[in-house]
Design a protein. Sequence first.
Length: 43
Amino acid sequence: MTLVVDIGCPNCGRKRPVRKAGIGRYRCSNCGAEFTQKDVLRR
């Protein structure tokens, strides 16, 4: 199962749905960047 949530991407800044890419990892549906929750909180 793939979970989709809205998170602001730290790479492109767009707040779009992101897919879980693993435990604690997400992939932006806009630019394809992979990031963690810590990356989002640093922004």
